[in-house]
Design a binder for this molecule. Structure first.
Ligand code: AMP
Length: 283
């Protein structure tokens, strides 16, 4: 396994694989790898000749005051994990190389970027779409792997790839959780022991929605009220949003159909956590 930092070397390496008709599987990450990332890497390993994992804490997707500086960075450890999983290349470019002083070009996926996380993080998805487009151009993957945990991100990347005719297939894999239900996230390291307990309210909310649906409660307003009431029972939980939206358009829905996504963003102390589940309309 090789760690590549130079954009040129990455592009040359990808070109060499392509000329040998090798399929490239790609997992873009910000590092601090956990089992969620590893599930994507393992799938990529299974399905491709050559596997690239990028580790890049993308500065442009953090707003001032967010956690860019303190975001966990463990390149050595991450590289060891990647080596164990049979990854071929860890691509970890520098920010100055990715965004030189004269950098001017951004990718904006309209509409889909303005809901949910886009409301409290304006500009975030423009930065995410841009960095992923740049990484796709450098790595030239046949298949790129993303987590359902960041459902909106996955939908936006799929849209971008389709709209810009990018020759890549996007695969979205299930959220990996701790045994108690907490969705794995690199940001979980910010949580104190007590906050980790309080953070379970996100998973409990998803379960509550599923249980109410099973009982035939399909009214979205009712479901949202019940979920919000549950979250408010946690003293230090602050709701950013709780929404039930169409899975493809991210527009709010009034009635549950087969294509609904229940998405949550909740602050536990200083840490903003996400979770989501697909809701099924039929019993
Ligand atoms: P990040 O390093 O947080 O930017 O995440 C890199 C990729 O891993 C994204 O596609 C995420 O959606 C995915 N990911 C993060 N957490 C999980 C998880 N718990 N289960 C599955 N995939 C995840």
């Amino acid at each position: 396994m090789k760690i590549i930092r130079s954009l040129k070397e990455m592009a040359n390496t990808a070109a060499a694989q392509k000329s040998g008709a090798k399929s490239i599987g790609f997992v873009p990450t910000m590092g601090a790898l956990h089992q969620g990332h590893l599930s994507l890497i393992r799938r990529a390993r299974k399905e491709n000749d050559f596997v690239v994992v990028s580790i890049f804490v993308n500065p442009t997707q953090f707003a001032p005051g967010e956690d860019f500086e303190k975001y966990p960075r463990h390149l050595k450890l991450d590289a060891q994990l990647c080596r164990k999983e049979g990854v071929d290349i860890v691509f970890s470019p520098g920010a100055k190389q990715m965004y030189p002083d004269n950098y001017k070009t951004y990718v904006q996926v309209e509409d889909l970027s303005n809901h949910l996380c886009g409301l409290s993080r304006p500009g975030h998805f423009k930065a995410v779409a841009t960095v992923v487009a740049k990484l796709f151009n450098l790595v030239r993957p046949d298949i790129a792997y993303f987590g359902q945990k960041d459902a909106q991100q996955a939908i936006i990347i799929k849209r971008m790839a389709a709209d810009l005719n990018m020759p890549v297939k996007i695969k979205v894999l299930a959220t990996v959780r701790q045994r108690n239900g907490l969705a794995l996230s690199s940001r979980n390291v910010y949580l104190t022991k007590q906050e980790k307990q309080e953070a379970l309210v996100l998973f409990k909310s998803l379960n509550l929605a599923r249980a109410l649906l099973k009982k035939g409660r399909r009214n979205v307003k009712f479901l949202l009220e019940k979920i919000k009431a549950l979250i408010r029972l946690e003293k230090r939980a602050v709701i950013d949003y709780v929404a039930i939206v169409d899975r493809r358009t991210l527009q709010p829905v009034k009635k549950i159909s087969d294509n609904c996504l229940l998405a949550l963003a909740v602050r536990i102390g200083k840490t903003r956590l996400l979770d989501n589940t697909i809701l099924k309309g039929k019993r």
